[in-house]
Design a protein around this ligand. Sequence first.
Ligand SMILES: Cc1cc2nc3c(=O)[nH]c(=O)nc-3n(C[C@H](O)[C@H](O)[C@H](O)COP(=O)(O)OP(=O)(O)OC[C@H]3O[C@@H](n4cnc5c(N)ncnc54)[C@H](O)[C@@H]3O)c2cc1C
Length: 492
Amino acid sequence: MTVVIVGGGTAGWMAAVAFGRLLVPAGGRVTLVESDTIATVGVGEATIPPIRTFHAMLGIDEDAFLAATGGSYKLGIRFEGWSHPTESYVHPFGQIGTDIAGQSFAAQWLRARQAGEAEALGQYSLEARAAETGRFSKPIANGDSPLSRIGYAYHFDAARYAHFLRAQAEAHGVVRCEGMVVRVEQGPAGIAAVHLAGGTRIAGDLFIDCSGFRALLIEGALAAGWEDWSSWLPCDRAVAVPSSADAAPLPLTRAIAQPAGWRWRIPLRHRTGNGHVFSSRYMSEDEATACLLDGIEGEALADPRVIRFATGHRRRFWSGNCVALGLAAGFMEPLESTSIHLVQSGLQHLLRMLPGTGVASSVVIERYNRVMTAEFVRIRDFLVAHYHLNARPEHFWRDRAAAPIPEGLAEKLAMFRDGGRIFREPDELFNETSWLALLTGQNAVVDGHDPLCAALPIARAAHRIAQIEQVVTASLAHMPPHADALARLERG
Ligand SMILES: Cc1cc2nc3c(=O)[nH]c(=O)nc-3n(C[C@H](O)[C@H](O)[C@H](O)COP(=O)(O)OP(=O)(O)OC[C@H]3O[C@@H](n4cnc5c(N)ncnc54)[C@H](O)[C@@H]3O)c2cc1C
């Protein structure tokens, strides 16, 4: 089988490494076409823990990857001023606490918190406390300690990541072809070939559209259709600027609420990534740029760059013999760092469903499209909750609180209100810990608690919860400064 990948951004090169590693040894051929004259989006620098599984699957060495990309470690995201201008909370990776007397930590903690017998949730999360205090270690081998379960991900330089992946892909036998796609030739299977300026024709069995927002194949040629979500998530612009590196970067992404959106701050080793995601209905590009520049710490290293985007996804991610990944497939703002994960997830599903000849049966294509749509929908609901549950005063935020929300999210909030119940949907990316951190961080209303918790007297539950905090405190003392881990990477 011949696979042709169009686009050499993060998505294109992630796909190239995966196909190079898994398909080339099986006799397949993989070509990646990209044009040096069309820049990649160049942002996309914060990730979530599943990226480590992806790297392991592809045999990517962590230290080599971090060395090549200016990478740093990440233990979660700190949401500043989201629920209320003066409040902040961390959405940590990893688990919080352990079951108590047969009930989840979440249920017991909610009851104890309502009774005034427990601290704020973050106090029981090793990752949250380490992130806030600038500590980091990788999981240790001892299976009983919270130190053995540390959940972590990375921040990295997007352009360097694409270069790094390119070297890996080429080492696996992927052929890179430089050139501008000027025409897409259709055939009975869907796409027959792409034509480059200068006349080269590149034919294939399976085409992967990684051409970014242009979506040259999946939309330009195959008109897969677009599901627009701007009514749920109305931010439609970002302005980005790099600034000088922090002396002691915290292992967390910062998401700082702004009058018409939010700013990100992503600490790398050689610089800091900054951006301001906003809604152009509430703020002009000039105002948003001024707001970004006012907020950056350190010196700006380049001119600010505005990126316009639409929120939503292709109605068909896979159509005929063409599968879209990355920005060509869809986009949701980077509030929870999920876009690169969606590339990874799309690739993993695709590899499980890979047709022998490039032409898949309709049942396979339908399944893939259903699975990817569900993933997008669940992440969308998680993002919308950040906006819906707010007590900020600005027009943008009052409108977000009042706007209708998706049915699935409405049900989740109602279940939580009724005794603090959280149910994870099948294959949902965000687990109970994530929802608990989000809902309590955003001050979601909860009435009562799980009645089964009452099987354990509140004083004993509170004692057990206090013990968990002590274990976290003791574990934290064993974690070295994040700066030490970064210095080790610098030394190589
Ligand atoms: C503001 C913003 C912030 C983001 N932050 C995060 C984040 O923190 N975490 C995260 O996970 N994700 C984030 N993302 C998403 C992430 O950047 C993308 O998912 C990821 O970079 C994949 O992009 P891509 O490869 O699909 O597209 P691009 O980077 O746009 O690459 C498109 C490629 O297609 C090529 N191309 C286009 N047209 C042609 C043509 N005619 N001929 C030949 N080649 C062509 C281009 O040359 C380029 O190589 C962010 C996105 C935005 C917009």
